[in-house]
Design a protein. Sequence first.
Length: 224
Amino acid sequence: MTTPRGEDARLGDPARDTDLPWVSVRPDTATLKGPLLKGAPLIAIAALRVGLLMAKGRGTSQGSGTAGLVIGVLAVAVPVLGAVALCALRWANAGILLEDGVLTIRNRWNRAVLHAPVSDLTGVHTVRAPADGPHQSRIVLTSRTGAPVLLDPRLWDADALRDLWRHLQLPHQDHGFLPWPLMKRTFPGIDTPWRHVHTVQFALLAVVGTLAYLALIVNLPFLL
């Protein structure tokens, strides 16, 4: 994990805001691109197998010929293309920019989730979030005027992010593990991922959505 400077860092001073350098932190898509590239052969084989199964049929199930082949391949390809599109949107729009003493953070939809002078920033906090898997480390950036911003350091260029913390020289505090309700109380107004906070609802929606998608794909060749 990329960590900011230690406890001896100082708050931003308006007089020195304009003296701060220009720093740009770009998204690091390796955590998303790597699994996709490694899994590409398996995805291609799965798409072909599903397409052939829908084209030829199985047992008493009648195949749907060429239409089934095309739809079966697309059934696997569309979710993968969706993930690629989200990754491309993040690379094109997301970013952290320190310019003229103002820090701006944009998400994949090009929306500025933080736009504040460095003198308004109050601290950088490291937390361990109740997320699935080993990648629990998160960074919370707080300011006087805006809502706290939650960052996943894995998704940003590590060297540029480290350079940003060095130039900002903000106070750093490690909060350890914080469950989502406690994190919301510790950082009022923070925007937390819905899928992590409401894991049961997300799992149910994922199951229902997957079943609905499979039902649509299986019956689509006969509806056309």
